[in-house]
Design a protein around this ligand. Structure first.
Ligand SMILES: Nc1nc2c(c(=O)[nH]1)N[C@H]1C(S)=C(S)[C@@H](COP(=O)(O)O)O[C@H]1N2
Ligand SMILES: [Mo]
Length: 317
């Protein structure tokens, strides 16, 4: 996901930042080719608070999950830095309690939900989904959450709502990557914004996620609440949400603002639509050597292809 420009740096600083990012980018590529050495090197994650959930076999892959250790030490969470092991090392500064999520915009019943109230209102299910990162790797993760549609229906979107905008917490005290002085600055604009079309947000696969592997979400995976959209590249699944807003236009997302030709609004997993700088035809499951073919809509085509009927997926990438 590393991109070339760094607009918030003065021109005198840009050379250094570019050199730094290029080196990191090279190292990330090297790590992905090897036996994920950054996973092996990172500190073992502390076990979290257990979170009970009913298994949902109808919504679960039968593939064995990625090792918990890999899923919690090989992360993208640029608020903590651009390296895969930064989130696991630095996420202790994030405080997932107390926490509130504002649900508002074009809705009849806007409401700010305290996080534990949210978990009580919507009984969590466990669903094993594949997460495919735009960088070419994937994981199988047993998430715990509930359909985003349950929450959206409760606040009653009005006829004006066409899209949903997700906002991650903005707090440089908790997120070192949001400080202007942060060394590995990614050139993303904070807060991290993501978005979905309303029909995508209401799709039964779209999960508002509060846990994984039988536990509350580890900080590095987006505590205390994140969205998971399994047929899209991982960056659409925004972490540590403080606001879910129903809007009347397509939200401008953080990655689109940073590199519009590389990261489109839809970002549906599609082996036939390459990233301008690399192929999307194959992927490597974390924990495996061989690359495997990437599936259209990350394997969820039967469930979601109808959302895009008649659309040119190369144009709406
Ligand atoms: N707020 C925020 N959300 C984010 C990101 C980020 O940098 N900031 N990275 C995204 C990317 S690129 C991926 S692949 C997934 C990774 O989720 P995981 O670390 O739980 O596997 O989170 C996504 N959500
Ligand atoms: Mo990603």
């Amino acid at each position: 996901m590393l991109i070339r420009k760094a607009p918030r740096f003065r021109s005198s600083e840009i050379t250094d930042v570019k050199a730094y990012l290029n080196r990191r980018s090279f190292m990330a590529g090297a790590a992905a080719l090897a036996l994920t050495p950054s996973v092996a090197r990172a500190a073992a994650p502390a076990p979290g608070r257990p979170l009970a959930a009913t298994r949902s076999p109808a919504f679960s892959l039968s593939e064995p999950p990625t090792k918990f250790e890999a899923a919690t030490t090989y992360n993208n969470f640029y608020e903590f830095g651009v390296n895969k092991d930064d989130p696991a090392r630095l996420a202790g500064s994030l405080k997932p309690r107390p926490w509130a999520v504002q649900v508002d915009g074009h809705v009849a019943r806007p409401k700010t939900y305290e996080i534990d109230e949210l978990i009580r209102l919507f009984p969590p299910e466990e669903r094993v989904y594949a997460l495919r990162c735009v960088e070419g790797w994937s994981m199988i993760i047993p998430w715990i959450g509930f359909p985003l549609a349950s929450l959206l229906k409760r606040v009653e979107p009005t006829g004006k709502a066409t899209h949903v905008e997700f906002t991650t917490l903005l707090d440089p005290a908790q997120f070192p990557g949001q400080r202007p002085s942060f060394l590995g600055f990614s050139s993303l604009e904070w807060p991290y914004i993501e978005g979905l079309r309303l029909d995508e947000a209401l799709h039964p696969l779209t999960l508002l996620t509060v846990g994984m592997y039988g536990q509350v979400l580890p900080n590095q995976n987006g505590a205390p609440v994140r969205v998971v959209v399994p047929w899209k590249y991982g960056f659409k699944s925004a972490k540590s949400l403080v606001r879910i807003r129903l809007v009347a236009e397509q939200p401008r997302t953080a990655w689109e603002k940073a590199a519009p030709h590389e990261y489109g609004f839809y970002s549906n997993v599609n082996p036939a639509v390459d990233h301008p700088r690399w192929s999307q035809a194959t992927e490597r499951r974390i924990g495996e050597f061989r690359r495997r073919p990437t599936l259209l809509f990350n394997g969820y085509a039967d469930q979601v292809a109808s959302l895009y009927a008649g659309m040119d997926l190369k144009k709406h990438f």
